[in-house]
Design a protein around this ligand. Structure first.
Ligand SMILES: Nc1nc2c(c(=O)[nH]1)N[C@H]1C(S)=C(S)[C@@H](COP(=O)(O)OP(=O)(O)OC[C@H]3O[C@@H](n4cnc5c(=O)[nH]c(N)nc54)[C@H](O)[C@@H]3O)O[C@H]1N2
Ligand SMILES: Nc1nc2c(c(=O)[nH]1)N[C@H]1C(S)=C(S)[C@@H](COP(=O)(O)OP(=O)(O)OC[C@H]3O[C@@H](n4cnc5c(=O)[nH]c(N)nc54)[C@H](O)[C@@H]3O)O[C@H]1N2
Ligand code: SF4
Ligand SMILES: [Mo]
Length: 699
C-alpha cells in the first residue's frame, strides 16, 4: 500500500479526505500531517454540509490511531479466553494458523461451521462486501444476516417507496414544519442542527417525538414524550385524523399511491384519545400535532432509528413514513421525509463481489449468543469477527460472552484496537483505520460519495481488510480476483463498477454529489422506485411477515417485576462502540426523579439495573428530561464503563422486531434498585448528564 510521497510525509501538509464512520454526516476532512504523523483533524468545506466543522469524536481520532489500545501486530492468545493475554506473532504465522484451522474445520464439520461476523466497521465501501465476501462465499461459510441496524426502517422504506432518495439537510431551511421522530441529531448527526435552527428562525415549527427531552425537544414547539415502542399508534392516529378531517390528499393518493383504503381501515381504531392513552401522552398535544401536520406545508419528517429498535419498530417505520404520502407533503422543496440515503446511487455490492452467494444457512446477527451456544449440524467452530465489536454492540451480552468463552470455539478478531471482543480471540489481526488506507464513503444523510485517502502510513503492521482477505484466500486456494492485491487495486475495481459520472467526479474531485445536485425534491427530481412508481401504502409481503399484520400494535411487555423501559441511544462520545476506549469513566443511568425517589436513589448513587437476562451496576443521574417509567443508558459503552463490566446489552433480549429481524435495543424492561458502595471515580471534564445528549461541534 502506498501513502503520500516523501514531501507529504515529512513536510507539514494538509490532506483532504472524508470521515466514513457510521454517521449520516460523512464529513469532508482536512487532516494536518507532520513528519508522517497526524497533528490535527478538522472539517473542510468541500462537502457543503460539513461547512468546515466536525464533531469532537473525530477531532480526537488521532488518540485512537496512536493510543494504547491500538493493535499494531498480529497476536495469539496466551492466557485464558477473555483474559486479554496475548503474544506477538507475524502475519505469516497468524494467517497460516487461521487458514489451517479453516481447512481442518471444513474437513471435520463442513464449511458452515465457520461463521464470518461483521457489520459496518468504518463503513466504507471497500472494507466490507468486497474481497471478504468473495472469500467466505467461495469457502461456503454460514451466511450472516446483517440486521443489527436499520433493517426495519429500510424494509419499510423499500416497501413503501422502493427507497426513493430522501430530503437532505440543506433543504430543511425550506420547511415550515419539521418533525424529528426518533432521532437525536444533536449527537447522531450534528450537521443537521444549523439547518433546523435556520428554518425555525425563518418561522418554521418544530415537533420532536422522543421519550427524552433532547436538546432539540427543548427548542421545539411541541414535544411528544411518548412511551418507547408506541410510535406506530401515534402515527396511525395522525393518519386517522388526516382521513377524517380532510387532511388526506385524495387526488395525490388516487394518482400516486395504492393501498390507501387498507391503511385507512387499519388506522380507524386509533382515535387520538386511544393512541394518546397507549403512548402515555396528553391527547391535546397529540391533537395539536395532527392539526399541525394536516395544516402546514412544506412539512418534513426526519425519521430516525430510535423508533425501530422495539417490537413494533417495523410497523412504526411504515406508519411514520406513510404520513407524507397521505398528507400530500411531497412535490415541494422542504417537504417529504428523510431516511437513510444509502440507495441514492443504486449501487449493488453484487456488481463488484461478482461471486454467487452459496445456499448456506443464515444466522441473524442479533442472535450471536444463541448461534454460538445452540446451533448444531454443524455447530459453529470458528467465528471470524471483523468490522464489528459484538460483545459491546449485540443484544443479550451475557449469552454472547458465554458463547465466546466456549473452549472448542476458535475465534479470529480483525480489529483496530483491543476491544472487548478482541479479548476473546485466539488470533488477533491488526487493521488500518480510514486514515491509513483508501476507501469510498457513501453518505446516508446526503447523497454523495467521497474518496478516503491514506493520510499516514499504516501504524505498526496494521493492514487493510482487502489485502488480508486476499492473502487468506490465496492460502485457501480461493480465487478472489485482482482486487485484493492492495487497497488501490480494490478501489479501482470498485470504482469501475460505479456509474461513469460518479467515477469521474470521485476520482477528479474526491466527491460525487449525487442526484439533483445532492438536494433531491421528492416527486419532482426523484420518484418511488416501486414496480409501478406508486407509493405502496399496504405492502402485502409485509402483511404476511408481520406477526399480527401491518399497522398493528403489540402491547407493552412490562411486568410488575420489571416495570421500567430501558432505552440506549447514541451519545456524542462514541460512534457505536468505536472510540469507547477513550471513555474510561463510568457511565450513568438516566432516570426521572419520580422513578428514583421511591427507590431511594439520588444523583451519584450506585444502582443495580436488572432483569432476567442480566444486570448493570452504575451510578444514576436524575433527570426530569426523560419520561417517567423510562430509563436510559448510553449506547456503545465498553465493559470498563460500568462498575460490573456489563452494559445495556446485558439487559436487551435477542427477540426480534416485527419486521426485518431487527434488534430491540430500546425495548428492554428492567427494575432498578439502590446498591451501597464506595465512592466512584468520575470523569471530571465530562459531567454524566452531557453523556446522554449533545456533541460538541466547533465552528
Ligand atoms: N455520536 C454518534 N453518532 C452516531 C452514532 C453513535 O453511536 N454516536 N451511531 C450512528 C448510527 S449506527 C446510527 S444507526 C444513527 C442513529 O441515530 P438516531 O436515529 O438519532 O438514533 P438513536 O441515537 O439510537 O436514538 C434517537 C432517539 O430516539 C429516542 N428513542 C428511543 N426509543 C424510542 C422510541 O420507541 N420512539 C421514539 N420516537 N424515540 C425513541 C432516543 O431517546 C433518542 O433520543 O446514528 C449514527 N450517528
Ligand atoms: N444497546 C444498544 N446497542 C446498540 C445500539 C443501540 O442503539 N443500543 N445500536 C446498534 C447500532 S445502530 C449499530 S449500527 C451497531 C454497530 O455495532 P458494531 O458494528 O459492532 O459497531 P462498532 O462498535 O462501531 O464496531 C466496529 C468495529 O470495527 C472496527 N473497524 C473499523 N474499521 C475497520 C476496518 O477497516 N477493518 C477492520 N477489520 N475493523 C474495522 C472498529 O475498530 C470497531 O471496533 O451497534 C448496535 N448496538
Ligand atoms: S460528525 Fe459524523 S461524519 Fe462528521 S466527523 Fe463526526 S462522526 Fe464523522
Ligand atoms: Mo446503526
Amino acid at each position: 500500500m502506498s501513502t503520500a510521497d516523501d514531501e507529504l510525509t515529512w513536510g507539514r501538509s494538509t490532506v483532504d479526505t472524508v470521515c466514513p464512520l457510521d454517521c449520516p454526516d460523512t464529513c469532508s476532512l482536512e487532516v494536518a500531517v507532520e513528519r508522517g504523523a497526524i497533528v490535527s483533524i478538522g472539517g473542510s468545506r468541500k462537502h457543503a454540509v460539513t461547512d468546515g466543522y466536525i464533531c469532537g469524536k473525530v477531532r480526537r481520532f488521532g488518540e485512537r490511531v496512536y493510543g494504547d489500545a491500538r493493535l499494531t501486530h498480529p497476536l495469539v492468545r496466551r492466557g485464558r479466553r477473555g483474559d486479554g493475554q496475548f503474544a506477538r506473532t507475524t502475519w505469516d504465522e497468524a494467517l497460516a494458523t487461521i487458514a489451517g484451522r479453516m481447512v481442518e474445520i471444513r474437513g471435520t464439520w463442513g464449511a458452515e461451521a465457520v461463521l464470518p461476523f461483521s457489520y459496518g466497521g468504518s463503513n466504507g465501501l471497500l472494507t466490507q462486501d468486497t474481497v471478504d465476501a468473495r472469500l467466505f462465499r467461495q469457502f461456503g461459510a454460514t451466511r450472516l444476516a446483517r440486521t443489527v441496524c436499520a433493517v426495519p426502517t429500510s424494509t419499510a422504506n423499500q416497501a413503501l417507496y422502493g427507497k426513493m432518495p430522501s430530503v437532505t439537510y440543506p433543504d430543511y431551511r425550506h420547511a415550515r414544519l419539521i418533525v424529528v421522530w426518533g432521532a437525536n441529531p444533536s449527537s447522531s448527526g450534528i450537521h443537521l442542527i444549523p439547518h433546523i435552527k435556520a428554518a425555525q428562525e425563518a418561522g418554521a415549527a418544530l415537533v420532536v417525538i422522543d421519550p427524552r427531552r433532547t436538546n432539540l425537544a427543548r427548542r421545539a414547539d411541541l414535544h411528544l414524550a411518548l412511551k418507547p415502542g408506541t410510535d406506530v399508534v401515534v402515527a396511525l392516529a395522525v393518519h386517522r385524523y388526516l382521513f377524517e378531517h380532510g387532511g388526506a390528499d385524495e387526488p395525490f393518493l388516487a394518482a400516486h399511491a395504492e393501498g390507501a383504503d387498507r391503511l385507512r381501515e387499519r388506522c380507524a381504531e386509533w382515535t387520538l384519545d386511544r393512541a394518546a392513552e397507549v403512548a402515555g401522552i396528553d391527547p391535546e398535544l397529540l391533537e395539536n400535532f395532527a392539526e399541525m401536520y394536516a395544516d402546514i406545508s412544506p412539512a418534513i419528517i426526519r425519521c430516525g432509528w430510535g423508533l425501530e429498535r422495539n417490537r413494533n419498530g417495523g410497523n412504526a417505520a411504515l406508519a411514520v413514513l406513510a404520513l407524507p404520502a397521505v398528507g400530500g407533503k411531497f412535490g415541494v422543496r422542504g417537504g417529504g421525509y428523510s431516511m437513510s440515503n444509502t440507495a441514492a446511487w443504486n449501487l449493488s455490492p453484487e456488481s463488484w463481489i461478482a461471486r454467487a452467494e452459496p445456499d448456506t444457512r443464515v444466522v441473524n446477527m442479533n442472535r450471536l449468543g444463541r448461534a454460538l451456544l445452540e446451533m448444531r449440524d454443524p455447530p459453529i467452530r470458528m467465528l471470524f469477527v471483523y468490522n464489528c465489536n459484538p460483545v459491546a454492540t449485540m443484544p443479550n451480552q451475557n449469552r454472547v460472552i458465554e458463547g465466546l468463552s466456549r473452549e472448542d470455539l476458535f475465534t479470529v478478531v480483525f480489529e483496530q484496537v483491543m476491544t472487548d471482543t478482541a479479548k476473546f480471540a485466539d488470533v488477533i489481526l491488526p487493521a488500518t483505520t480510514f486514515l491509513e488506507s483508501y476507501d469510498v464513503a457513501q453518505s446516508y444523510g446526503s447523497t454523495n460519495l467521497q474518496l478516503a485517502r491514506p493520510v499516514i502510513e499504516p501504524v505498526g503492521a496494521a493492514r487493510p481488510n482487502v489485502e488480508v482477505f486476499a492473502e487468506l484466500a490465496e492460502r485457501l486456494g480461493l480465487d478472489v480476483g485482482a482486487g485484493g492485491a492492495s487497497d488501490v487495486e480494490a478501489l479501482l475495481e470498485l470504482t469501475a463498477a460505479l456509474p461513469e459520472e460518479a467515477r469521474g467526479e470521485l476520482m477528479d474531485a474526491g466527491i460525487a454529489v449525487g442526484v439533483a445536485g445532492g438536494a433531491p425534491v421528492q416527486f419532482v427530481d426523484v420518484h418511488p422506485r416501486t414496480r409501478n412508481h406508486k407509493v405502496r401504502l399496504f405492502p402485502e409481503e409485509l402483511e404476511r411477515e408481520s406477526p399480527e399484520g401491518i399497522y398493528r400494535y403489540r402491547p407493552d411487555p412490562a411486568t410488575r417485576d420489571h416495570p421500567l423501559a430501558l432505552i440506549s441511544p447514541s451519545t456524542g462520545k462514541t460512534v457505536n462502540s468505536t472510540l469507547g476506549e477513550l471513555r474510561a469513566h463510568v457511565a450513568s443511568l438516566q432516570m426521572h426523579p419520580d422513578d428514583a425517589e421511591p427507590r431511594g436513589l439520588a444523583t451519584g448513587d450506585t444502582a443495580r439495573v436488572f432483569n432476567a437476562l442480566g444486570e448493570v451496576h452504575c451510578p444514576v443521574e436524575l433527570d426530569a428530561g426523560i419520561r417517567r417509567g423510562t430509563v436510559g443508558l448510553p449506547k456503545g459503552l465498553w465493559r470498563m464503563s460500568t462498575l460490573n463490566g456489563a452494559t445495556a446489552n446485558a439487559l436487551v433480549s435477542d427477540e426480534l422486531t416485527d419486521i426485518g429481524g431487527g434488534a430491540v435495543f430500546n425495548d428492554a424492561r428492567v427494575q432498578v434498585a439502590r446498591v451501597l458502595t464506595a465512592t466512584l471515580e468520575r470523569d471530571e471534564e465530562a459531567p454524566a448528564a452531557a453523556d446522554h445528549d449533545r456533541d460538541t461541534p466547533v465552528h
